[in-house]
Ligand binder design. Structure first.
Ligand code: FAD
Length: 394
């Protein structure tokens, strides 16, 4: 049986960044278990859905992002055996580890909204959150000249769910420029009492939604969709409300932790791995850690949050071996939101939803053109050239 010093499950933003960081810190035997699927810079999916980027721009072959010096096992993990310190792979082989890091991301749960999968197959629903759907979303937005559309913000946990507002504002701006916005009834379903339950961001978003003529259904989620009847039924505060005559539904699916990790997950519906939200160490399985979207860190998951998580976890793997005190992740996370086709602002906050600005030099909650340029054009370069290479960006 093969064995590695550190085994990381998942070759997404979290797994690759951590592997590269560990290599930079001198770890010499790091293995990544992840299937041979294209690696995507997922924040760009919203720009694909808004007609501002192509899928090619955010896609790299998996092999090209594996850090130098790491072993890549291009397969899927299916079980963890913590008592033997072994990871089981598809096909039944086992890999031993000294430290195991779970970085599998969340899985979309299309069946949690009855009718959604069929509606997507039929082309009546789409979402930027699925890589197979992002281009279709732009096709639907571009083709719309009149009628009714519904957008959603997903409940947590979700991969940076608040960014579902990005294609909404890109679409509003596009329809305004085309002169068709007055003929389109736009509705938004959000699980929050306000737009995102982040007061410093909501005060920017609310006037923009009003100006766009958007009807907001607060405290609500989508309970079911029916593409043949062209309807959505809501749950939550607007429970039972039927939105009819819908021409296209931009619905983000619900997400949960992978079923195969249930034994290591917290006993709640989200199914995220039950780690200490500060140290990222599993609460009961020794030498098992988790980071990224799959980890139960009591904060809204995002790629931006990973910058601090990677730094803390790389340090903690070393510290635990030396018997030193462990560092703590403070829960920082981020939601970048485009307010039109050339401006964007950043909502940066902590576990409690309190604003946590990364700089005091400029107010990043003011929509600005240079922030849009940064998010659309510079962030992907920083991602591939620095973050996936284990370099720390403040
Ligand atoms: C549409 C969209 C827009 C976003 N916009 C932003 C943004 O603007 N800003 C921001 O900060 N964040 C954004 N995010 C969130 C960000 O992309 C995620 O937080 C980030 O990708 C999480 O990384 P991860 O590695 O934890 O999970 P993932 O990116 O999901 O990667 C998980 C990896 O694990 C692999 N894997 C899964 N199961 C197994 C298994 N059983 N065995 C082996 N490997 C496995 C997968 O193949 C994948 O490679 C966005 C996400 C989406 C979807």
């Amino acid at each position: 049986m093969r064995k590695h010093d550190v085994v990381i499950v998942g070759g997404g933003n979290a797994g690759i960044s951590l592997a590269a960081r560990l290599r930079r810190l001198g770890a010499h035997d790091v293995a990544i278990v992840s299937p041979d699927r294209p690696h995507r810079y997922r924040p760009m999916l919203n720009y694909v859905a808004g007609g501002q980027a192509s899928m090619d721009e955010l896609t790299r072959p998996a092999a090209s992002v594996v850090p130098d010096g790491c072993t890549w096992l291009p397969t899927t993990a299916v079980a963890v055996h913590p008592e033997q310190r072994e990871l089981e792979l598809a096909g039944g082989q086992r890999v031993g580890y000294d430290d195991l890091v779970l970085a599998t991301g969340l899985e979309e749960d299309l069946d949690a909204i009855p009718g959604l999968a069929a509606a997507m197959d039929a082309g009546w629903a789409s979402t930027a959150h699925l890589e197979t759907q992002a281009e279709r979303m732009w096709t639907a937005i571009r083709g719309m000249t009149r009628g009714r559309v519904v957008f959603t913000v997903p409940p947590e946990p979700s991969p940076c769910g608040g960014t579902a507002l990005k294609p909404l504002f890109l679409a509003l701006n596009h329809w305004r420029e085309q002169g068709v916005l007055p003929a389109i009834d736009v509705q938004l379903v959000t699980p929050y009492a306000s737009v995102l339950d982040l007061p410093f961001a909501d005060r920017r978003l609310e006037p923009l939604l009003t100006a766009g003529g958007v009807t907001v259904h607060h405290g609500s989620t989508v309970g079911a969709v029916d593409h043949q009847a062209r309807t959505l039924i809501l749950d939550g505060a607007a429970s039972g409300l039927l939105i009819d005559d819908v021409d296209h539904a931009f619905v983000v699916p619900y997400y949960r932790g992978p079923a195969w990790l249930a034994a290591l997950a917290a006993q709640d519906a989200a199914g995220q791995v039950d780690v200490d939200p500060g140290t990222m160490a599993h609460r009961s399985a020794p030498r098992v850690w988790a980071l990224g979207d799959v980890a139960r860190l009591h904060t809204r998951p995002s790629g931006g949050a990973l910058r601090r998580q990677v730094e803390v976890l790389a340090e903690n793997i070393r510290a635990r071996r030396l018997g030193e005190p462990l560092a703590c992740y403070d829960g920082y996370t981020i939601i970048p939101i485009t307010t039109d086709r050339q401006r964007l602002f950043l909502a940066e906050f902590d576990r409690a939803g309190a604003q946590q600005q990364s700089t005091s030099l400029v107010d990043l909650t003011v929509p600005r053109r240079w922030l849009w340029v940064f998010d659309r054009y510079l962030e992907p370069v920083i991602y591939f050239r620095s973050l996936l290479k284990g370099r720390l960006i403040p």
